[in-house]
Ligand binder design. Structure first.
Ligand code: GDP
Ligand code: MG
Length: 465
């Protein structure tokens, strides 16, 4: 796991050298150190230039970014994040309130694959320095409000130590310039449904005489940031790139599972396991292989299933398959949900999957249906096409498989997609949009046995002779 450290700095000339030294004490576990100077006016910039020169050739180099104008911690962090190249990032304040000695504690839940995000907590630890009463009161109220809006039970939202997987941060956009960053990021990641841990950390609080800057104004902007983030996390558009549909809608993953359950064998491979939403439902098999080509997701899956005896995680790229490492002819079911529509040579990809099957085994495909619905939202998701039953049947047959069934899912979603895609030409999605499609899905289920010959998703099951 490549760990990046991101240090936002504003007028921290007195502590900068020491914090960087403390960070480098942990350097054997680090990948890079990024310091963003937020338009400091106290000489921090010169200090930083010296430090950048000193650590330029280090195995884990220090990179400095200089902002001309002071904009606040949130802006400094956002700037830094656009340069981060690791798998996870630790936000490290530049004063000496937080000690890099806590990195192992903060990283543990991520290394174990249990968490996507880890917050430190200044209130959970054993030993702590006594601090200002009114700060504590304000922190409690703001944390309560943030918990209320995000439906979490954190004890310390305003903590400086926050650690994120980059795959998570890349799914949200951050607007807050100042300390509003803290609740904003909290509310937005909560909405993504990722796994958040809190670990007790050490905290050497400093007073205003020592340069502490946060104040009543920050509390007020924090409240405004929370309300905005809450609204935005419901109505604002989400980046469609990346994992796509499955990762945004649990009900969709569940609906898919219900549909395919009857066709599953005991030795299953899921191709394009992604963030693991669907594969959690495949765990009651004798053997489960999870294939993924994205390195970040692969690592996440490896961590999540480390120690599971019958689950193995494999790297597989359908477009450039390396000679199947003992996988050929091994499975009685191949599940591939929402992958082929992004692959140029989809017929070739089906052939690769067919090779993985034992004779008599089944390939289960879930794909966006109806070419005529193709439009801007598809492009935003990286779809190259949508599938009509006939075309799909041809592709499947050309790989030497026999189609058993082809059914449609979510017929009531079709008019909504058509409106968005063909009439409004919208290419963005908000949580509200996903909820709407989820509702269509639920209502579609009420149609029961009456299965209309159309739907947003086409689900095909094919057999290897
Ligand atoms: N206050 C403040 N801090 C900033 C700014 N830009 C970056 N930072 C950094 O954000 C971190 C947290 O700031 P600090 O004043 O210690 O906040 P507090 O610990 O919550 O009181 C420090 O590393 C600052 O140097 C800014 O515009 N204002
Ligand atoms: Mg501080």
């Amino acid at each position: 796991m490549k760990v990046s450290i991101l240090i936002p700095v504003y007028n921290e000339r007195w502590t900068l050298r020491e914090i960087v030294r403390r960070v480098y004490e942990q350097s054997e576990r680090l990948h890079e150190v990024l310091v963003v100077d937020d338009g400091s006016t106290d000489g921090s910039r010169q200090r930083l230039e010296e430090l950048a020169a000193r650590y330029a050739r280090h195995r884990c180099p220090l990179r400095a970014i200089y902002k001309e104008r002071n904009q606040g911690k949130g802006a400094a962090v956002a700037e830094g994040l656009s340069h981060v190249t690791g798998d996870v990032v630790i936000i490290q304040d530049a004063d000496l309130e937080y000690n890099p000695r806590d990195y192992p504690l903060l990283l543990k839940p991520l290394e174990d694959g249990r968490a996507d995000v880890v917050f430190g907590s200044r209130f959970e630890g054993s030993e702590k320095k006594a601090l200002f009463f009114w700060h504590m009161v304000a922190n409690k109220i703001l944390t309560l409000l943030c918990n209320f809006l995000s439906n979490l039970n954190l004890t310390d939202v305003w903590v400086g130590y926050k650690v994120f997987r980059l795959t998570v941060l890349r799914q949200i956009s951050l607007r807050s310039r100042g300390f509003g960053f803290e609740p904003e990021v909290t509310i937005k990641i909560a909405r993504l449904g990722c796994r958040i841990y809190e670990v007790p950390i050490n905290y050497e609080g400093r007073g205003y005489a020592e340069g502490k800057k946060i104040g009543i104004k920050d509390a007020l902007t924090g409240i405004a940031a929370m309300c905005r983030a809450w609204l935005e996390s419901r109505l604002g558009s989400l980046p469609a790139e990346g994992l796509g549909w499955l990762s945004h809608s649990l009900s969709y993953a569940q609906a898919l599972y219900r549909e395919i359950e009857g066709s599953l064998g005991q030795d299953v491979i899921q191709i394009g396991a992604g963030d693991g939403r669907l594969c959690r439902m495949l765990l009651d098999r004798d053997e489960l292989a999870l294939a993924e080509k994205n390195a970040g997701l692969l690592m996440q899956l490896e961590q999540a299933y480390r120690g599971w005896e019958y689950v193995r995680v494999v790297s597989l790229d359908l477009e450039h398959p390396s000679p199947a490492e003992g996988l050929a002819g091994h499975f009685d079911t191949v599940v591939c949900a929402h992958v082929l529509e992004r692959i140029r040579d989809d017929a070739g990809a089906i052939r690769v999957m067919a090779q993985l099957l034992k004779p008599g085994g089944r390939l289960i495909l879930a794909l966006p249906a109806h070419g005529r619905l193709f439009g801007p939202p598809d492009r935003a998701f990286g779809h190259l096409r949508r599938y009509d039953g006939r075309v799909l049947a041809e592709r499947i047959a050309s790989a030497g498989l026999e189609i058993e069934t082809a059914r449609y899912l979510n017929p009531l979603g079709v008019p909504v997609w058509w409106l968005n895609s063909r009439v409004l030409g919208r290419s963005t999605f908000s949580h509200a949009d996903y909820s709407l499609y989820d509702w269509c899905l639920r209502l579609s289920r009420c149609l029961g046995r009456f299965e209309p010959p159309f739907g947003l998703t086409i689900l095909a099951v094919a057999r290897k002779p």
